[in-house]
Design a protein around this ligand. Structure first.
Ligand code: ZN
Length: 421
């Protein structure tokens, strides 16, 4: 009944809010439109399908007709309202497309097809991709970068960045009449994020965090997470890194700190675009390297523990030469040890954990890994999900906007799009 009331009310409101009838209206082409008659249009809103009547103008030399009411409210006859589109795509970034239909039916009380949810969700991602393209172009222009300098009221004092990648299975749906595509293909979705950190108030600390505090570690949490992602080669992804960095004032931050897992492409991009940034290898990844080495080198748990305990302490203190020395003691008959020596030698300056801790920096990149989980594992890897590259990228981008807390502004941009005819 509520839905019926809503539908009827919306229909009446639209039909009576056309304003005064004009005999003539100026046309965009410079010509003149003449009033024709009241004409019925249908749209799909959150109340379902709705018909309404509005004044229709035509008769210009350019042969375009116009209904001013549709323009006023951003309505496209035959299409859905931007409010409904926002809801469908919100379901689409959270649930599988088929599953979305069931949720939407429960909430909206009418059926929406899987394809509609898919195309609205991907449309949101495509819109975000367009915005990013504009940002990429702007961030190459001296003028834009300079203008930011003048406008910027507060520059971030300490800004963090992280990057990582996660595998997405690409398995295009077979198209009618074409031979089926290759069975499957794995592609890297690269994900980056910008964030800040703040101390956790004492009253909100978990037990684990209280333990941490008693061990002399500052208890911090991240805030203002902003994500970006794409399936691109590293070089092209670098342009997006730079563009989103400029948008988040990373280049103007008093301190810029990157915490990453240590993949070579990541450090290369950081050195190229943000050469002054402080680089930190994620503590947990570095510690894992030692744990894996212990597993490979020793056969019993007690031997492993005996070797690990002091070397983990050395790592914690940032005494990398000591760590390397401990690895050197294992090189007899253990190939992994040699690899780890290279790893720690290459990353020594990024593992000054004592120095980093004293400066109050975060040393773990849990945030970007959780982004990978939230974007890739929780959505792109849902059972039954089938992606082509474009669909996967667009859905991931739309989800990244939601996770960044920017969803509303993306919806506003969609609503403001010039009407598609
Ligand atoms: Zn005209």
């Amino acid at each position: 009944m509520m839905r019926a009331i809503g539908a009827e009310a919306l229909s009446q409101i639209l039909s009576t809010s056309g304003g005064t009838l004009q005999a003539e209206l100026p046309c965009e082409c410079g010509g003149t439109l003449h009033y024709q008659r009241q004409r019925t249009a249908t749209i799909t809103s959150v109340f379902g399908r709705i018909s309404y009547e509005r004044a229709y103008y035509a008769g210009c030399q350019c042969e375009c007709g116009q209904a001013p009411l549709d323009r006023k409210y951003g309505l496209v006859p035959g299409a859905m309202t931007s409010g409904l589109a926002a809801l469908l795509s919100l379901a689409g970034i959270e649930f599988g497309f088929e599953e979305s239909c069931k949720w939407l039916k429960a909430y909206l009380l009418f059926e929406v097809s899987e394809n509609t949810v898919r195309s609205e969700t991907e449309g949101m991602g495509a819109l975000q991709a367009q915005c990013e393209k504009v940002l990429c172009e702007q961030s190459q222009e001296e003028e834009y970068l300079q203008a930011r300098l003048r406008e910027t009221g507060t520059r971030p004092k300490r800004l963090y960045g992280s990057m990582d990648a996660a595998k997405v299975r690409i398995e295009p749906r077979p198209k009618a009449g074409k031979k089926p595509p290759k069975e499957e293909d794995w592609r890297d979705l690269k994900i980056g994020c910008w964030y800040e950190a703040e101390p956790v108030p004492v009253a909100q600390r978990s037990r684990r965090q209280r333990d941490k505090q008693t061990r002399g570690q500052e208890v911090m949490r991240t805030k203002n997470m902003r994500y970006f992602c794409d399936i691109l080669e590293a070089e092209a992804f670098g342009e997006l890194l730079w563009a989103s960095g400029c948008a988040n004032l990373a280049d103007l931050a008093a301190e810029l700190i990157f915490i990453c897992d240590g993949a070579v492409w990541i450090w290369r991009l950081i050195e190229h675009y943000f050469p002054h940034a402080i680089q930190i290898v994620d503590w947990y990844h570095a510690a894992d390297h030692l744990k894996c080495l212990a597993l490979a080198a020793f056969s019993t748990e007690s031997q492993r523990a005996e070797w690990l305990e002091p070397v983990m302490e050395d790592l914690w203190q940032g005494s990398i030469p000591e760590v390397i020395h401990a690895c050197e003691c294992l090189t007899h008959g253990c190939e992994e040890a040699k690899k780890e020596i290279t790893y720690f030698t290459h990353n020594e300056h990024r593992m000054q954990y004592k120095k980093f801790r004293l400066a109050g920096y975060l040393i773990g990149s849990g945030t970007v890994e959780s982004a990978c989980k939230q974007i890739v594992t929780q959505r792109l890897k849902k059972p039954g999900a089938q992606w082509n590259v474009e669909g996967a990228v667009q859905t991931a981008k739309a989800r990244a906007v939601w996770l960044s807390g920017d969803w509303e502004s993306l919806c506003l941009r969609r609503a403001a799009l010039p009407l598609a005819i």
